[in-house]
Design a protein around this ligand. Structure first.
Ligand code: ACO
Length: 381
């Protein structure tokens, strides 16, 4: 059974920056309160024409280009998100179409801010397969899985609620996985859930439990609600436990970690978790001052930035750990196997991907056109 390796990574954040001072003009808060209580200075907000799928596609192209994998090689696309473009079709299917990934199965995965770690674990199992049967993803360079965390939290944030609106931002991150007999790769994943805490972090209305109505809109129940203090208490317990559990699977301990890439929710949570694991601050990656909490996108964005900043070297032990709505938690241990710093794409590779992007757009248009022609033909019959 060849393990799954991260062979490419890419992220995307919107251009628009919303600073703490901007927020202080919208609600009763201050830059000082937000920075000292959360560690956040600014966050990115999607433009009106940007969506979870459009940001996911940008991150995906960057990851594919870095990996040198073409969309037609993809067997699987998973998008972890709590803010899909629609309840259905899955955002992953929109990404599949936009990439022209004609051979890929595609689905969304909902596990709050732990979504990316869940998706990584599920994809790794599908890449690795079992001894008795091949995985969904073809082995070696013939196949690949694309795992994306993407969110447009600004669309479910109540911009009049100071207890939540200061925390969240938008963005996307992606990794490409391939099976390979080389040393390293994904060593293991632990995942957990406790639905009894579901009401601590919830989008109450808009689903089948509370369908949209004038009342739900008037009562602002289409916006995220959170009991922050309780989520905080849960997070500082769940994160260190998940890290220890995933390391124990491989007979490793926190002292072996080269870089911890945690869900970026609150700097104080990261500091308490680091202390519980006895990790020096420089071994815990943090970029939440610039992006805030981007939910399922936060770990892949952080992982991409850490790799691009040269903070991860070949053979390093990298642990991703998350917690979030559900309640859910999870951790993945990766023995990084790609030489770093990664080579910048050559002119040839950039050209090849420009052609692939053009082809993907054309393919999507053609398929829509052919479907339209057929539907006209059926009407006339
Ligand atoms: N500006 C100024 N004052 C504020 C603000 C604000 N933006 N927000 C809250 N306050 C006030 C409160 O009203 C309260 O005032 P009071 O004492 O007069 O009642 C006071 O500050 C303290 O409020 P707390 O809620 O106790 O503040 P706390 O220190 O717990 O920080 C925070 C709040 C930042 C939300 C923290 O609890 C936290 O980070 N929790 C974890 C949240 C989290 O990680 N969520 C993501 C989960 S992942 C997912 O799936 C999306």
């Amino acid at each position: 059974m060849a393990p799954a390796h991260v062979v490419g990574w890419g992220s995307y954040v919107p251009e628009r920056v919303l600073t703490n001072d901007d927020l202080a003009q919208m609600v009763d808060t201050s830059d000082e309160w937000i920075r000292t209580r959360t560690g956040i200075s600014e966050r990115r907000i999607a433009e009106d024409d940007e969506t979870t799928s459009s940001m996911a596609v940008q991150a995906a192209w960057r990851a594919l280009k870095k990996a040198g994998v073409s969309p037609s090689q993809l067997d699987l696309i998973i998008v972890a998100t709590a803010t899909p473009d629609h309840a259905f079709p899955a955002t992953a299917c929109l990404v599949q179409d936009a990439l022209g990934a004609s051979n890929a199965a595609a689905f969304d995965l909902s596990a709050g801010c732990t979504g990316f770690v869940y998706a990584l674990g599920v994809a790794a199992d599908m890449v690795e397969g079992k001894a008795s049967r091949p995985g969904l993803v073809k082995p070696g360079k013939d196949g690949a899985a694309l795992v994306i965390g993407a969110e447009t939290l600004s669309r479910i944030t109540d911009w009049s609620d100071r207890t939540t609106c200061v925390l969240f931002g938008d963005g996307a991150g992606a990794v490409v996985l391939q099976a390979d007999d080389n040393y390293g790769g994904l060593l293991g994943t632990v995942l957990g859930a406790d639905g009894s805490g579901g009401d601590l972090l919830i989008l109450p209305a808009g689903g089948s439990g509370e369908p949209p109505s004038h009342r739900t809109v008037a009562e602002r129940r289409h916006y995220l609600k959170m009991r922050g203090r309780e989520v905080f208490r849960f997070a500082v317990r769940a994160m260190p436990d998940a890290v220890k559990d995933v390391l124990a699977q491989s007979d490793l301990c926190p002292g072996d970690i080269d870089l911890l890439v945690p869900h970026q929710a609150n700097q104080r949570i990261l500091e308490v978790a680091a202390k519980a694991l006895d990790l020096a601050p420089e071994r815990v990656y943090s970029n939440l001052d610039r992006y805030g909490n981007t939910s399922a996108a936060s770990i892949p964005i952080a992982l991409c930035e850490a790799a691009d900043e040269g903070l991860i070297q070949r053979d390093d032990l990298v642990v991703c750990v998350g917690f979030g709505a559900g309640l859910t938690w999870g951790a993945s241990a990766v023995r990084w196997s790609v030489p770093l710093p990664a080579e910048p794409p050559t002119v040839w590779r950039r050209g090849r991907y420009a052609v692939l992007q053009g082809y993907a757009r054309l393919r999507s248009l053609m398929r829509r056109f052919v479907r339209w022609l057929f539907s006209r033909g059926m009407k006339e019959e």
